[in-house]
Design a protein around this ligand. Structure first.
Ligand code: SF4
Ligand code: SF4
Length: 340
């Protein structure tokens, strides 16, 4: 199956992926770490992880009979360095949701496989199925787990998203990355503003700004963590920004990931004035729809409170009358930070 594997890789690179690797379907070592992580409460409120914990044991949990996992890494770094409040994580700076960019390309890989092996079964996975994608990225030779828990590639750093194609066809497998190239560096651990790493390589999602601003959608953000959020409106890149392996990360990405001025930074004052309809019109096709209007406007109020910018008072005062209690509470907190 060497030649099919090679053809899959060539097609993947031609489709815009930066790295493609192939791993056998096994129980990854990360499965036991995952169980421990859940049992320690570090998965926070992400009940979908806990509910499906057994399914993560083996790719069979996603597609019975899986023998191979094709892992594809898509670089989203275009080298832009915008600054300012209302910051958005780099993967969401472009014009499209990365799921929509990866899916048609992964389907093309699956099509190629089925054209070579007509009986092949395939399943495309991006993020939503219980697959330990980073573990399979390591097994497929793409990178190692940094102390910041990200998968880091020696050639493309960590500014990439992963997708997978599962198949019941046996392919030629890449060598896993066994070495950890972090060395004595602790930059990511030292830079995290909310102390979200209880130890190197372990993330306590309950304290991570990415979790708090994206996944914690229906609850207030704990007050003791709000100042640490600083100017992050959606996600957080700090532990990747400081990583030396990203200094030389390539800057050639697809047009869909190129930085749009309207996507970062985002004017939080203007954001606070968006109606439900305006929010959907502006964000529905982007990752920023994930926390919903209530979650994103709650975040905007916290960013404005942290900025201590008194010119934001009119928008914050108006937000005290919002129909969403989550937004009202955050606006009241922000006004308190402004000395109101
Ligand atoms: S994403 Fe931000 S908050 Fe989360 S661990 Fe990294 S530096 Fe800390
Ligand atoms: S910042 Fe240093 S310790 Fe953290 S992931 Fe990068 S190389 Fe590893």
């Amino acid at each position: 199956m060497n030649s099919i594997s090679e053809r899959l890789k060539s097609l993947g690179l031609a489709l815009g992926f930066a790295q493609i690797g192939i791993a056998p379907a096994v129980t990854p070592t990360g499965f036991h770490r995952l169980l421990q992580w859940i049992d320690n409460g570090h998965s926070a409120d992400m009940q979908w992880v806990e509910r499906r914990r057994e399914a993560y044991r083996h790719p069979d949990g996603v597609m019975p009979g899986t023998r191979s996992v094709i892992m594809a890494a898509m670089n989203y770094n275009d080298g832009a360095e915008p600054a300012g409040g209302g910051r958005v994580a780099r993967y969401a700076w472009g014009s499209a949701d990365y799921h929509d960019v990866l899916k048609p390309r992964l389907l093309k890989l699956a099509d190629l496989l089925r054209s070579e092996v007509p009986t092949a079964r395939t399943r495309v996975v991006i993020d939503t199925a219980p697959l330990l994608e980073r573990d399979f990225g390591r097994l497929a030779g793409i990178g190692w787990f940094g102390k910041n828990t990200m998968l880091i590639s020696r050639t493309i750093g960590s500014w990439f998203v992963l997708g997978a194609v599962l198949t019941d066809v046996e392919l030629a497998y890449d060598k896993p990355v066994e070495q950890n190239y972090c060395g004595s560096c602790t930059r990511c651990l030292d830079a995290c503003p909310t102390d979200a790493f209880p130890e190197p390589g372990v993330l306590d999602a309950r304290r991570c700004i990415s979790y708090l601003t994206i996944e914690l959608r229906k609850e207030p953000i704990p007050v003791d963590l709000r100042n640490g959020i600083g100017e992050w409106l959606f996600g957080c890149d700090i532990c990747q920004d400081v990583c030396p392996w990203n200094r030389f990360a390539p800057e050639d990405t697809l047009p869909e990931f190129r930085h749009l001025v309207s996507m970062n930074p985002i004017d939080c004052r203007e954001l606070l004035t968006l109606s439900v309809e305006e929010f959907h019109a502006r964000f529905d096709s982007t990752p920023l729809s994930r926390p919903g209007r209530a979650g994103l406007l709650r975040n905007a109020a916290i960013v404005l409170g942290n900025a201590k910018d008194r010119t934001a008072e009119p928008e914050l005062l108006a937000a005290l009358d919002d129909e969403e209690p989550l937004i009202r509470e955050a606006a009241a907190w922000a006004l308190g930070e402004l000395g109101q």
